[in-house]
Design a protein around this ligand. Structure first.
Ligand code: KG4
Ligand code: ZN
Length: 341
């Protein structure tokens, strides 16, 4: 039998993503975003996001089916993000996916969004090796995973204890007076600055913390250090060296992310690192990860950025992996879990 056609639905944050895959082949991937509506408020407004999902849901499903030249009846499996994410947003996608599964009589698979960020790489770079380390970094998550079978064997080695990496960038963007979301603006500015002009702290990477939190991250102390530095300049009536601040801050984040991810590879004798999530667009992270992976003979896999930001393809890819692994479908009572580990 040929691989099943999986419809993947993602609505955990502000993107309504719908995709179709056949096994590891991507057939269509359509995303509607409500970010423009949130930008006015300087952050994601959950109520606005849920309403936008409701409006975008059916048109996005139709657009994905049309792009793949398929009918709903051709779909073999429906996969949907069950968590983590905003509860109202998750509920819209989950209710829609259940309705589609019920109407078509096809099985439903509830999947984990964070694992989806790693799973999508199979659609781009082909089957995963037997084991790999995944670093998932975005505005909502910063997690380090050790993966055997992506469908059945994922261990979270560590995660952020406070802000996600993208979130820290957005906050520093605000401190430097840049538009929301600040991440890409801080990145751009950083490229014009000197990363060694100001040394900012690397959270959880020294002393006892280095042992106890070997694979955890913390960015709130770093953000506070940046805030103090900026305030100090302002108090003294000096101009803030914004490019150097952005560069020093970017360096601190990229340094600690890549160091811990590659240490995890070394400790477990693993030779592949997959990086996913919207923050993997960060230029210094990419540069440093490539440089350090090459030094240690580690294969680095980063999907193109359109598959790193939230999308339906990541959910369809993980749904397909679950089917391949022979996992049992979810019940139609599948709960959403905004804090899913
Ligand atoms: O995965 P994503 O689209 O949404 C979430 O699930 O959060 O990630 C977006 C996050 C935002 O915080 C955004 O500012 C940040 O990633 N980001 C960046 C860059 N591009 C996006 N941060 C730093 N440098 C970038 N180039
Ligand atoms: Zn995400």
């Amino acid at each position: 039998m040929s691989d099943p056609i999986v419809l993947g639905i993602e609505t955990s944050c502000d993107e309504t993503g719908v995709a179709l895959v056949r096994g590891r082949e991507l057939l269509a991937d359509v995303t509607a975003s409500s970010m423009d509506e949130h930008a006015r408020f300087g952050g994601i407004v959950p109520e606005v996001a849920s309403r936008a999902h409701l409006e975008a849901f059916l048109p996005t499903v139709d657009a994905a089916l049309a792009a793949a030249s398929l009918d709903l009846a051709d779909v073999d499996v429906v996969a949907v993000t069950a968590g983590p994410g905003l509860v109202g947003s998750l509920t819209v996608g989950s209710a829609g996916a259940k309705a589609l599964a019920l109407a078509t009589g096809k099985p439903l698979y509830g999947v984990n969004h964070v694992i989806g960020h790693a799973a999508v790489d199979e659609l781009v770079h082909g089957p995963f090796p037997e084991r790999f380390i995944a670093l998932v970094v975005s505005g909502g998550h910063t997690s380090l995973l050790r993966v055997g079978d992506i469908a059945t064997d994922v261990v979270e080695l560590g995660q952020t204890l406070d802000d996600a990496a993208g979130e820290a960038f957005d906050k520093v963007g605000r401190l430097l007076g840049l538009p929301y979301p600040g991440g890409p603006h801080v990145d751009r500015l950083a490229r014009t600055g000197d990363p060694e002009a100001i040394r900012f702290p690397r959270g959880l990477s020294a002393g006892k913390d280095k042992v106890r939190h070997a694979y955890d991250f913390s960015f709130s102390g770093l953000k506070t250090a940046v805030a103090r530095y900026v305030e100090g300049c302002q108090d003294r009536g000096e101009e803030v060296p914004a490019a150097d601040v952005a560069a020093g801050f970017s360096e601190a984040v990229a340094d600690v992310l890549t160091r811990k991810a590659l240490d995890a590879c070394a400790v477990d004798g693993i030779d592949t690192l997959v990086i996913g999530g919207g923050f993997s667009a960060n230029s210094r992270l990419r540069e440093l990860a490539a440089e350090r992976a090459a030094e240690r003979g580690i294969t680095l896999r980063i999907p193109p950025i359109r598959y790193c930001t939230d999308n339906g393809a990541m959910i369809a890819a993980l749904g397909a992996a679950l089917v391949r692994a022979g996992a049992a479908p979810s019940s139609l009572e599948l709960p959403t879990d905004s804090g899913m580990p």
